[in-house]
Each structure stands twice: as C-alpha cells, then as structure tokens.
Design a protein. Structure first.
Length: 266
C-alpha cells in the first residue's frame, strides 16, 4: 500500500504562512499498513486564548473548580510532556485553561486521532479535522508499528520546545486501569528527554449541563511534580503489568499509576 505524506517546506512547522502551506511538497513512502497524511502545524494560540476566559470563568461560576499543583508546570521550562487521564471531551481545553492567561507554556499542542476515528461521534463534523488543528491537536497514526512515524508531529513540536499534551490511555477511559496505557507517551519522553508533568482530572466523568448549571459539579485538576523518563523505564514490583507488552507500554503503565496516585494529593 502507498502512503502520501505531506511535508512542510519550512523546518519550523508552527511558523508556516498560508503561502507556504499552499506550496507543500509531497513524496511517496511504501508501507504495508494504513494511509496517513501529515498536516502543517498552525499556531493555535489565538483560539486557545479566545476560549480561555469563557471556559475558566464558567467553571468557576458554575462548578466547584479546583486547580492543584499548577506550579509544577508553570515552574518548568517549555518543552514538557503533559500526560493526563482522559474522562471527558472537555479535558484538553480544561488543561489549557488551568494555566495563567499569559503563561509561556501556551499554546499547548495535543495528540489526537485521525479524523476517521471520530466518524461515529455526534460531533464528527468538528473532530479530527481543521477545527482540531486550529486548536492545536494533531493526529498520531495508529497501526504503523513505528512510534517515530506515528508521532512525527509531536516529536517535532517537543524538539522546538513546545508543550505536548497526551492522554496515555488513547481514548476516554473512566476506569483506573493502568494496564490499558499505550506506549506513545513513554516513547516521546525517552526519545526527546522531555520531562513529563502528570495530570489527574477528577469530577467530570459524568458531566451533564443540568448538574453544571446547578453548581453541583465538582471538578479538580491536579498537576504532579515532573517525572523523568528514567523513573518509568524501571522494573517496579508493585506495578501490575502484562508481560507481553513492549517496554514503552510497560513504562506508560507505570506512568498511569503515578497519575492515578495524584488522587491522594490535597
């Protein structure tokens, strides 16, 4: 099978002008897996700042909204991996609105799925396409059995000292089962030597506008201390993992355990 990869003509993906985007070059790469398309990365700063105030203030007005340990991220240098559990569709924007409006860490960039993954979602007309890219979400390509190729956008971003948000479970998952974690987050950390800031989102698992407007929704987002890749690529006797998984998946499972343990932080 043939894969078409669209590559920008500028090394700094985030600085492409529309004229440069219109003159992208293409090349053919053979693969026995699935077709992928690489998109030029566009600065999502405007759109994240535009949504920051409405989301943050609505959460403060209608929710019991608590942010714990944000200094663990704000005191870090740029170019970190923000790894979080994923329990609602609001998670990506909630993480960005925890940061101060003028934070040097904004905009954040996200690991998402290709558009076809969302085709059965009620908001499929928005998900995975232009809207995602404008908000800073770029796809990882599953099924390639090659982390470097699957996460090429996010490797480039981290190498440019951009912050990347990834949900190691790969999709919304409300159960605290670290053995379901995927290895992409561990690969990014080991390949780029970027620190990982663990994040735990709690209280929005069963989000409803009725509970939201009534003020009964309680939301807590906890940011843990940065973790180096060496801390997850270890044998941990207290970690329950499947021995059939590769080293990145095992490391991601250890990371997810650390994320779930943030529930104990007050």
């Amino acid at each position: 099978m043939i894969i078409v990869i669209i590559r920008p003509i500028c090394k700094d993906y985030t600085m492409l002008s529309q004229k440069q985007i219109d003159h992208l070059s293409t090349r053919m790469v053979e693969s026995s897996n699935i077709p992928i398309q690489q998109y030029p990365l566009r600065m999502p700063s405007f759109f994240q700042h535009l949504s920051w105030a409405p989301l943050r203030w609505s959460m403060k007005l209608f929710c019991s909204f608590k942010i714990v340990g944000i200094e663990n991220l704000t005191s870090s240098k740029r170019g970190v991996i923000i790894a979080s559990n994923h329990i609602s569709e609001l998670d990506p924007m909630l993480i960005s609105c925890c940061l101060p409006y003028f934070s040097s860490h904004l905009p954040l960039y996200y690991v998402s799925r290709v558009k076809d993954f969302y085709k059965n979602n009620r908001l499929s007309f928005l998900y995975g396409g232009e809207f995602f890219r404008l908000m800073g979400a770029y796809p990882a390509y599953s099924g390639l059995k090659d982390y470097k190729q699957a996460l090429n956008h996010h490797l480039a971003l981290l190498n440019q000292n951009k912050d990347v948000v990834i949900f190691p479970m790969g999709k919304k998952y409300t159960q605290n089962d670290p053995t379901k974690a995927r290895g992409g987050v561990a690969f990014l950390a080991k390949e780029t030597k970027s620190p990982i800031v663990p994040v735990l989102i709690q209280g929005i698992e069963n989000f409803s506008f009725t509970a939201f407007l009534s003020g009964k929704q309680k939301l807590t987002i906890t940011f843990g201390k940065p973790i180096n890749s060496d801390e997850i690529f270890i044998t941990n006797e207290n970690t329950t993992i499947n021995n059939g998984r590769n080293e990145y998946e095992k490391a991601a499972s250890i990371l997810m355990e650390k994320i779930f343990q943030l529930a104990k932080v007050k």
